[in-house]
Design a protein around this ligand. Structure first.
Ligand SMILES: [Zn+2]
Length: 234
């Protein structure tokens, strides 16, 4: 019974090791994911800047169009003016609109240049992202493959474990699982030097040692609660 349980434990330890292995994502992949995230963040930031600036430029262009229309209206009104005073008023208006339109154009020009610079930065980041994609995809595919292999191995171990567990008495299995959870790993241990617990290394009392040696039922370490098995020479 304990021998079968010992096999169960061996499978459990292999599964523990697999779980650790599963979590060990290759550093190359982690670095590539990190780099992509950085590029994406940078790109999102630049895209926002681009959009904000594009709106400002569009708004200026709309204002400019309005000013030009008003200037045209003033110019036409000046031609239709009946008095010289009225004509001077419209001409004055036309001049004001012209000046404001010029100022706005001057203000907008650097914004448009800035917009071009941001668009170039955006294209550069998009290019960098596109350039790294094949490598990252290859690394991700390798990672999926790695995990599939581990999962297949684990499923096989789980299968073997389930079959073995059918042969172990339910109460004993329960005790084993409780101790394994509590001790995070080994639940079943041998005797160390023939007299100490193989788990917590405490020196075992004579009556406990005798019980273990007789192999009569399940004996637990009074200190750590692990299940003790027949002494092994070590
Ligand atoms: Zn112990």
């Amino acid at each position: 019974m304990l021998e079968t349980l010992s096999e169960v434990q061996s499978l459990d330890l292999q599964r523990d090791a697999l779980a650790v292995e599963r979590g060990e994502v290759p550093t190359e992949l982690l670095a590539a994911r990190e780099r992509r995230e950085t590029l994406r963040r940078d790109l999102a930031k630049v895209q926002q800047e681009h959009e904000a600036l594009r709106r400002r430029v569009a708004s200026n262009e709309l204002d400019l169009k309005t000013l030009q229309e008003r200037r045209k209206d003033a110019s036409e009104a000046a031609l239709r003016a009946t008095t010289s005073k009225e004509m001077a008023q419209y001409q004055n208006q036309e001049l004001q609109f012209t000046t404001r339109a010029q100022e706005l154009e001057e203000d907008t020009l650097p914004l448009m240049e800035e917009l071009e610079g941001i668009a170039a930065a955006m294209a550069e980041l998009e290019e960098q992202l596109a350039a790294m994609t094949p490598e990252l995809e290859a690394l991700e595919a390798a990672e999926r493959e790695r995990l599939t292999v581990i999962d297949t191995r684990d499923a096989d171990l789980a299968d073997r474990r389930a079959r073995l567990c059918n042969e172990v008495e339910a109460g004993l299995l329960r005790q084993y699982e409780q101790v394994r959870r509590a001790r995070r790993g080994l639940a079943l241990v041998g005797l160390e030097g023939g007299k100490r617990c193989g788990g917590c290394h405490v020196q075992l009392p004579i009556h406990v040692l005798q019980k273990v040696r007789r192999g009569a039922g399940v004996t637990r370490c009074p200190s750590c609660g692990r299940l003790l098995v027949q002494p092994t020479e070590d």
